[in-house]
Design a protein around this ligand. Sequence first.
Ligand SMILES: NC(=O)c1ccc[n+]([C@@H]2O[C@H](COP(=O)([O-])OP(=O)(O)OC[C@H]3O[C@@H](n4cnc5c(N)ncnc54)[C@H](O)[C@@H]3O)[C@@H](O)[C@H]2O)c1
Length: 374
Amino acid sequence: MTATRIPVNVPGSVYDVIIDRGLLGQLGPLVHEVAPSRSALLVVDKTIASTHGRAALTSLQGAGVEPIVVELVAEESQKTIETAQQVYGAMLGAGLDRSSPVIALGGGIIGDTAGFVAATYMRGVPLIQVPTTLLAMVDAAIGGKTGVNFPLPGGGLGKNMVGAFWQPKAVVVDPQVLSTLNARDFRCGLAECVKGALIADASLLQFLSTEASRILALDQDVLRTLIERCVRIKAEIVAADERESGRRALLNLGHTFAHAIESISELKVRHGEAVSIGLMAAAHCAVKTGRLTADQHNHIEQVLTTFGLPIRLPSPVDEQRLLAAMRYDKKATPGRTQLILPTGVGGAELVGDVPVEVVAAGWAGVGASVVPTA
Ligand SMILES: NC(=O)c1ccc[n+]([C@@H]2O[C@H](COP(=O)([O-])OP(=O)(O)OC[C@H]3O[C@@H](n4cnc5c(N)ncnc54)[C@H](O)[C@@H]3O)[C@@H](O)[C@H]2O)c1
């Protein structure tokens, strides 16, 4: 089978998301095609440095590219300005210039951090995203959002508070690398696939439902179809609205809740798990406001549950604490809660001023606790 190329058309540039089994072995020629240079930076997730990292390096060297390699730990606590600074230091030390591409090999944490470095080093150098998690393949690696976390004034971690839009020159997707991903991290990617279905494609939710067992068994044909369908949704939305002034905001379905959940570190949830809970919170809000029927709500819950994703907070958190954490969302407007809410399955809308009792119903639906006031 030949590689599938899905173009992402953003103002001023077009790049391809290239999808095929075994594509990691072709990384060198693919990088050379979009960013020819003898020098490069390969930022690789430490966990996969000796496996996929080695394969990537061999391919790059075979194409005449001699990258410096920086290994990073893929943890939210490491997705910081300090990590970016260390990478700048390595790049300067190796004499990398503005033509040297940054190649990000890893999940969303590596892609976001390395992407931010690429956006800012010498005011921007070419970036190639090589996602190795399902979540990054269908979402994080596409669309040019890069960034790092930053501590919030009230405590906790402000997700992606410092960042830049910086589009890659190419996104290289080899679904075979998912064979080494653990089940929990694989499921996290499925949460973003469900999100894509909810905002843009009801038939994709049906596909996820009927093909669940083959997806969970990593059937390569079904996986490839799933990745391609999700990438097309993301590519279409990003092309319509690169800087998130309209339609792209729909991709944040569930994320205002998710970012609040992620800021509470003792919950110890992964991004994809927080998104899953956030999707359910948004679904509760949508039922309360007549945008979603109980049957549709139950179908979403059933698909997430089939994939082993959480639909409630792992332990009760005070609703007031969650409401406060939501105010630090980058899309927040003082005094108002903006939310993306589903309108049936396959559509969603930005609601500019959601009444607090509706937001509270969303949190209550996923198990937040209400501390009685004296
Ligand atoms: N930029 C965007 O548009 C965007 C969109 C969605 C999410 N994100 C960000 O993405 C991050 C989450 O990304 P993620 O879910 O990919 O997580 P991740 O990068 O933390 O990776 C998850 C885990 O899988 C491991 N791993 C990665 N690839 C592997 C492989 N092939 N085999 C074995 N282990 C592997 C990592 O070491 C890590 O432990 C969050 O920081 C989130 O904010 C960004």
